[in-house]
Ligand binder design. Structure first.
Ligand code: SF4
Length: 402
């Protein structure tokens, strides 16, 4: 492996879903076959155009998210992955994940994904209680989830994440724990457990919801942590658990540690060398920009010069992050990790001591028992304590400068 190559992760956005869940504020919608076809053609062109720009990077992780990547025909997804392999330097050891919905992840598709090179599957189960799934407006039921899990194993996936959700309307502590125990009986390699957040602009926002109280939600969180720990899962981030260190999600750790990531596809966000931007989120515009020149050979970067002007238009809100913003992100993303932030890395990145910048905030929360410093292998880290995790949003907000 060429040691001079820089590290990069790729996120590929697949914005299509069967229908919108009631709590969803992701960039996703239903689409007919023609629109899906046009989208993947445009995405292919975006991939090829970017490949030239990132020729001196090696890709360590690829994540197909959405939307529902398992909704379109598997051929689109597998062809897109092959194009990435042809266009970028992808490490032999790259983690290559795909989010799937139990309603659309049939065995044939899962088998194709595995054969194409995906080595990690993330199943959006949310809950195994059919009534709760209906309240969320999900298109699957518990039995579809079990089939998907079984089929993913049969297709050869040995790195499976299951997404769980707490604080669902009508959910009791008992029904939540019942889901956790059922999921545990499958022994997936990874579990993500998030609380429902009711976002403005979603149908849930305008509905009277019978959501569990904050106290019950906290109990759900604490019980999850202890049941999972008792069953051999270690928590490595506020909401993420893995059976072993090598099954922690590398891709998400790149986000939390501010590594380079390039987002491809509609509305995808990127941050490379501290420059941040977001792709255009209007699908018609996106397709127009990339698919206008149907006759161009998608593998020939030289022929892509006609896109150069358009290329600039599809990246919005491009911003070189000022040092203060970089420090803020370093803190509030890094503190999500159980290991916390490294004081040495802070110094290496910003050429100053973390205590010079954040003395007041660090001392305040250390005195309250919400933050702690610890030394491991001669390196000192700062992390949230268990009590600190309960009020993590307040603490992280205190690391912002304004
Ligand atoms: S499946 Fe996911 S992306 Fe699609 S509508 Fe539901 S929550 Fe949103």
């Amino acid at each position: 492996m060429n040691k001079t190559l820089k590290r990069l992760s790729l996120y590929i956005h697949i914005p299509f879903c069967v229908r919108k869940c009631l709590y969803c504020d992701f960039l996703s919608f239903n689409a007919d076959n023609d629109l899906i076809d046009e989208y993947f053609k445009a995405l292919g062109k975006e991939i090829v155009l970017n490949a030239g720009e990132y020729a001196d990077y090696e890709v360590d992780s690829i994540f197909f998210g959405g939307g529902t990547p398992s909704f379109p025909d598997a051929k689109y997804i597998c062809d897109t992955l092959s194009l990435i392999f042809e266009s970028f330097h992808v490490s032999d050891k790259a983690e290559i994940s795909l989010e799937v919905n139990p309603a659309s992840a049939i065995f044939g598709k899962l088998n194709s994904y595995r054969r194409a090179g995906f080595n990690r599957i993330s199943i959006g189960a949310q809950t195994l209680n059919d009534e709760e799934l209906m309240k969320l407006g999900r298109v699957h039921n518990a039995s579809m989830f079990y089939d998907t899990y079984e089929n993913a194993k049969r297709a050869g996936f040995d790195n499976i994440n299951i997404d769980l959700m707490s604080a669902i309307p009508g959910q009791s502590l008992e029904s939540y724990l019942d889901t956790v125990k059922k999921v545990l009986s499958l022994r997936p390699e990874h579990i993500s457990a998030y609380s429902l957040i009711v976002e403005e602009g979603t149908p849930f926002y305008d509905m009277e919801l019978d959501v569990p109280s904050e106290d019950v939600d906290r109990k759900m969180y604490h019980e999850t942590k202890s049941i999972l720990a008792a069953n051999g899962y270690h928590r490595y981030e506020i909401s993420n658990y893995a059976l072993s260190e090598d099954k922690e999600c590398h891709h998400n750790k790149v986000y939390w540690t501010r590594g380079n990531y390039l987002g491809l596809g509609l509305g995808a966000s990127s941050m490379v060398e501290n420059v941040r931007w977001k792709n255009v989120s209007d699908i018609k515009k996106y397709i127009e920009i990339f698919a206008a020149k149907e006759d161009k050979d998608r593998n020939n970067v030289d022929k892509a010069d006609v896109f150069v002007d358009n290329f600039k238009k599809y990246r919005e809100d491009v911003e070189k992050l000022p040092i203060k913003s970089q420090m803020e992100e370093f803190m509030f993303l890094g503190l999500r990790l159980v290991r916390g932030v490294s004081l040495e890395e802070f110094k290496n990145n910003f050429s100053c001591d973390i205590h010079e910048v954040y003395a007041e905030t660090i001392d305040k929360y250390k005195n309250m028992g919400l933050l702690k410093e610890y030394t491991i292998d001669g390196h000192t880290n700062l992390c949230l304590t268990d009590e600190g995790i309960d009020v993590s949003n307040t603490i992280m907000a205190d690391f912002l400068f304004d």
